[in-house]
Design a protein around this ligand. Structure first.
Ligand SMILES: Nc1ncnc2c1ncn2[C@@H]1O[C@H](COP(=O)(O)OP(=O)(O)OP(=O)(O)O)[C@@H](O)[C@H]1O
Length: 256
């Protein structure tokens, strides 16, 4: 069933998934999934392995086309389910995959310059005429991810956590409206994990963020609304305390 409260004409949501289903060889990875991300929001998505979290990100970014349902972006202005990956990236949706994919042989600064060159937006094309502006942008994102002192270091020599932050910086350089982040703290130390929560909270001052993560200490530190997926649908939604106290969430996920 689709959610009748919202439609493409009236929604004020930044992102509105409406009755999304995706099947692989008859197996339903997403099952009439509906949820809403408000402008400026940061949302944490949790759920057991196979709940459909990655498939949901794939649908939002155009990697997987849903069998049914709509994905409205920016107050219903666009239906992402009709667009391809490049068009969706151009609208301002940036995705960070779980494993860092920085260019190891290049410096931190060169990685950011490459990210700027990859920016397919119109703004970027104009922006490329102005080198001081480009430098200022690199300074700004390095400041945000606290890698300014490592600007001339080769990316391959960074710690795992620093590589993750560099990759987040590469996305920020492209100035997305919505950032999708997949398991950012997997493999990080506890200190790096808490620093990443702080970093995402800072990024969320100006951008909307959807973060998929299994680390509950990290999710608690984010302090945002949590959605728990299970079998391709929303099982529970609310504060971390509300979701953690939900009997079904404990049964299928937290209690395991
Ligand atoms: N391309 C595919 N072909 C067949 N089945 C798939 C495909 N992609 C995902 N699935 C199946 O769909 C289900 C949902 O997978 P998905 O990766 O979205 O879950 P997830 O919540 O991201 O899990 P995890 O926490 O392990 O990353 C799983 O059972 C998975 O095996």
């Amino acid at each position: 069933m689709t959610d009748a409260t919202y439609n493409s004409e009236t929604t004020s949501a930044l992102l509105y998934l409406n009755g999304i289903s995706v099947s692989f060889d008859g197996f339903r990875a997403l099952n009439e999934l509906s949820f809403v991300i408000e402008p400026g929001e940061m949302r944490a998505i949790i759920g057991p392995n196979g709940a459909g979290k990655t498939t949901m990100m794939d649908v939002i970014t155009g990697k997987t086309r849903p069998d049914t349902g709509d994905v409205f972006f920016e107050q219903g202005k666009y239906d992402l389910s009709t667009l391809d990956e490049t068009e969706i990236a151009t609208l301002g949706i940036g995705r960070k995959f779980q494993k860092p994919t920085v260019f190891e042989m290049h410096t931190v600064e060169d990685n950011l310059q490459l990210a700027l060159k990859n920016d397919r937006g119109v703004k970027a094309t104009l922006f490329w005429k102005s080198s001081p502006e480009q430098e200022a942008r690199i300074d700004e994102v390095l400041e945000t991810v606290r890698l300014k002192a490592l600007r001339h270091r080769v990316a391959g020599s960074l710690s795992h956590g620093q590589k993750q932050w560099l990759e987040i910086a590469m996305l920020l350089a492209q100035d997305p409206k919505l950032l999708l982040v997949d398991e950012p703290v997997a493999g990080m130390t506890d200190v790096e994990t808490m620093q990443t929560a702080e970093l995402l909270r800072e990024i969320n001052r100006t951008k909307s963020v959807v973060v998929v993560e299994h680390d509950m200490a990290f999710v608690r530190e984010l302090g945002v609304k949590v959605t728990c997926l299970h079998e391709g649908s929303v099982l529970a939604e609310g504060s971390i305390d509300q979701v953690s106290a939900n009997d079904r969430v404990v049964e299928v996920y937290l209690g395991r």
